[in-house]
Design a protein around this ligand. Structure first.
Ligand code: HPA
Length: 272
């Protein structure tokens, strides 16, 4: 269970450390961390030093907050996130979302690396997440609810805020980047899916699959923080191409598409 008291303690610590009150929260997924290096006058705070935060073990996830200016916007960035496959509980993964909300962040930009399920997608595409299917069978809200943080039964109808989705479409258009749209299916991992699982997810209406994001979105809906999500299609999901998948491939594509990714996210953040 996430308590308001813990969130307040984390936020109080960070208020002392941060150079300003952040406006926008940004979570950087696998291979997408280098965007944080572009923040101006950045302050770095390792997760391990923040009260009640857990540290990330995923490869290429730096595991720190980076706070700085992105083209004039005051951004609080998670350079690396926690995943279920690392052994963290859903509420531990979602916890930083409440702290960002408490610090005054008014929009949360979530990014991730995903496998493409929709066969019209290509490796290297960007997909605006329109909605999600949580296939982990878990929720960060399991257990007692702290009513001071949010409602017991939060509404998920507009979890991916329509106004922010519109901003993302306009940002992509203005920088000449193609932005696909679709449904994100969140799984636990760490194993990639089987081809049969991917066929099932496709039949359920999913366009991309990944091992993150869904808990953070549930938490954001719970505490009333508007979310926009952008997935990078780093590989076609299992069985779409008759070839094996590897984590190295995911990171390679994420890095090679990094320039366009940074342009898209920066343009979006400036509009929010
Ligand atoms: N499946 C699950 N998670 C992923 C994938 C995938 O194919 N690619 C990147 N993250």
């Amino acid at each position: 269970m996430i308590s308001k008291q813990n969130v307040q303690q984390s936020a109080a610590y960070l208020r002392e450390m941060l150079p300003f009150k952040p406006e926008i929260g940004l979570v950087l997924g696998s291979g997408l961390g280098p965007l944080a290096d572009e923040l101006e006058d950045a302050v770095h705070i390792p997760y391990g030093s923040i009260p009640h935060f857990r540290t990330s073990t995923a490869p290429d996830h730096a595991g720190r907050l980076v706070c700085g200016a992105l083209d004039g916007r005051r951004v609080l960035c998670m350079q690396g996130r926690l995943h279920g496959y690392e052994g963290y509980a859903p509420d531990e993964i979602a916890y930083p979302v409440y702290v960002m909300q408490r610090l005054g962040v008014r929009a949360l930009v979530l990014t991730n690396a995903s496998g493409g399920i929709n066969t019209s997608f290509s490796v290297g595409d960007f997909m605006l997440i329109e909605d999600q299917i949580n296939m982990t069978g878990k929720s960060p809200l399991t257990g007692l609810n702290d009513d001071a943080l949010g409602a017991r039964f939060p509404d998920m109808t507009f979890a991916y805020a329509p106004a922010l989705r519109q901003q993302a479409c306009e940002a992509a258009q203005s920088c000449g980047i193609v932005l696909r749209r679709g449904i994100y299916c969140g799984v636990n991992g760490p194993q990639f899916e089987t081809p049969a699982e991917i066929r099932m997810f496709r039949a359920l209406g999913a366009d991309a699959v990944g091992m993150s994001t869904v808990f953070e979105v549930i938490a954001a809906a719970h505490c009333g923080l508007p979310v926009v999500g952008i997935a990078m299609i780093t590989n076609m999901a299992a069985g779409v191409m008759m070839q094996p998948l590897s984590g190295a491939e995911v990171n390679e594509i994420a890095l090679s598409r990094g320039t366009d990714f940074r342009r898209l996210i920066t343009t979006l953040v400036v509009r929010l």
